[in-house]
Design a protein around this ligand. Sequence first.
Ligand SMILES: CC(C)(COP(=O)(O)OP(=O)(O)OC[C@H]1O[C@@H](n2cnc3c(N)ncnc32)[C@H](O)[C@@H]1OP(=O)(O)O)[C@@H](O)C(=O)NCCC(=O)NCCS
Length: 162
Amino acid sequence: MWIRTASTEDLETISAMLTETWHDTYDQIYGREKVAELTGAWHSVAALKQRMNKPRSEFIVCDDGAEISGMAYVTQVDGETSMLHQLYVRPTTQGQGIGQKLLVEVEACFPDVRKIRLEVEEANERAVKFYGDNGFKKVGTTPDCGVKGSGIPAVIMEKVIW
Ligand SMILES: CC(C)(COP(=O)(O)OP(=O)(O)OC[C@H]1O[C@@H](n2cnc3c(N)ncnc32)[C@H](O)[C@@H]1OP(=O)(O)O)[C@@H](O)C(=O)NCCC(=O)NCCS
């Protein structure tokens, strides 16, 4: 498997992978209906395409030649900070080191960036542990994870990379 930049041809597969992963991760926290609503809006091919075309952004996938098993999306927010907006690994391939591989690439995306920030729902204990194990520290909280007005409370975590 290798980590590479995503292309527009990947978007259908990524959209389906995100829908599957979101139901697996968040149904027990938010309920299936709410997850379907959120993932339908945030992970449509059109929404992903818009994100992919943003300046100072990197959209990467883990590809084993047969399927895409993970993705990450990161943007540079200022001279020294990047924001990791998404990191998702397909449920059937979690716990095999793919998240860590994607994270290594996220850290190398922007040479000037010294610090990576992210937001993660506190109830998503596995992800909070994963980020803690990989050098992220809690620095605050937000009532609106992801987008303004989402109403999803989350922890803000940061990692200083150099
Ligand atoms: C959180 C998430 C991104 C982590 O990715 P992952 O690929 O499952 O994580 P990794 O495999 O890299 O590391 C997790 C564990 O696997 C272990 N691991 C690493 N390489 C491994 C390998 N080759 N084989 C087996 N286990 C391995 C790691 O040591 C780590 O161990 P731990 O559970 O004791 O901490 C992923 O589980 C996920 O997508 N979860 C659902 C969505 C989500 O919550 N995303 C984050 C939203 S903010």
